[in-house]
Design a protein around this ligand. Structure first.
Ligand SMILES: Cc1cc2nc3c(=O)[nH]c(=O)nc-3n(C[C@H](O)[C@H](O)[C@H](O)COP(=O)(O)O)c2cc1C
Length: 305
């Protein structure tokens, strides 16, 4: 194909055959002796983001790692997102060297560890992180609670598809997000409105690596790009609003204020507004009622945070 060369897809294709932008996370877990172990991980992404009973991350890791063995045993971990710093990245690469025991790697660790507010039995948090997710492995999915620690030379089949031990040397963990902890400066930005100067210095792990180096890019101040809202036609909002619930009426003025909601989300947004209207005893949604409903939606969102 003109312009593109065909690369062979091999094991660890995200590292060997591509440039794949990823986060740099130090995963804290509790070792058998009760000490917090830090391992470096990039293959860790949001998994359940909406529409489920809980929110979850997905971690992909080597099953003989301290991290995997500790999660199988204790189910708890902290995902510590480290900021851009050459010193921190050098330490992450050191903590990412396979085979070191917790005692060996944590003896000279440069990161400060602080206790989890969730209490005993939880791994400590990295104080230098800009955000930390405290998580619990959901071992009920795919009956993964049957997977036990201890097989450091590789696991025998059968393997699970997506949760627990998934191959001879691999594991996947679906991690319920118990807490998102954010440094005050960035918390304030998210709550009060972000500007470019209020973003944490997030580094990007390039994915690609060879036997000599990991590669990382430095943080640069982010820039905004306006979402090009395609304003819908008021008559289509009026049409949809009439079909949500016969007991709740939207006025044409209220509909005129809803033309920026993307068409694919319109029905869900109107349905949610009707639910709130009913819970507030509102049967006619005019612009004033819309203000009340929107305040309620915002405060519910804030409470979830
Ligand atoms: C930046 C970086 C990212 C890494 N990402 C992963 C990953 O996503 N999954 C994995 O299995 N190993 C990954 N590694 C390798 C692990 O860190 C390595 O297996 C290490 O031994 C894990 O530590 P632990 O045994 O204390 O868990 C990464 C290493 C580095 C330096």
């Amino acid at each position: 194909m003109e312009g593109f060369e065909d690369l062979r897809i091999v094991d660890n294709f995200y590292q060997t055959s591509s440039f794949f932008p990823m986060p740099t996370i130090l995963i804290g877990t509790v070792s058998e002796s009760g000490e917090t172990n830090l391992g470096s991980y990039s293959l860790c992404f949001p998994y359940y983001i909406a529409g489920k009973d809980y929110y979850a991350m997905l971690l992909e890791c080597r099953n003989s790692s301290n991290t995997c063995q500790n999660i199988l045993r204790t189910k708890k971990c902290s995902l510590n997102f480290i900021p851009d710093s050459k010193k921190f990245f050098r330490e992450a690469v050191r903590l990412g060297f396979p085979g070191d025991t917790t005692e060996q790697k944590m003896k000279d660790c440069i990161f400060n560890l602080i206790p989890s507010p969730l209490g005993e039995g939880r791994p400590k948090l990295v104080d230098e992180a800009f955000q930390v997710f405290e998580c619990t492995w959901d071992d009920t999915l795919e009956d993964a609670y049957q997977d036990k620690p201890g097989s450091l030379e590789g696991y025998e089949p059968p393997y699970r598809n997506f949760n627990g031990i998934t191959s001879k040397f691999g594991a996947h963990f679906i991690l319920k997000v118990d807490k998102i902890r954010m440094k005050k400066k960035y918390y304030d930005a998210i709550i009060n409105g972000v500007k470019a100067s209020a973003f944490p210095a997030v580094p990007v792990d390039y994915g690609y690596r060879d036997s000599t180096n990991f590669w990382m890019s430095r943080f640069r101040r982010p820039f905004p790009e306006k979402i090009q809202a395609k304003e819908g036609d008021v008559s289509s909002v009026i049409y949809a609003a009439k079909r949500i619930d016969p007991d709740v009426v939207f006025t044409d003025e209220a509909c005129a204020r809803l033309t920026k909601i993307p068409r694919v989300f319109l029905k869900a947004a109107l349905t949610q507004m009707v639910e709130i209207a009913k819970s507030e005893g509102i049967s006619v949604i005019d612009p004033d009622a819309l203000n009340i409903i929107n305040d309620k939606r915002r405060s519910e969102k804030k409470m979830k945070k």
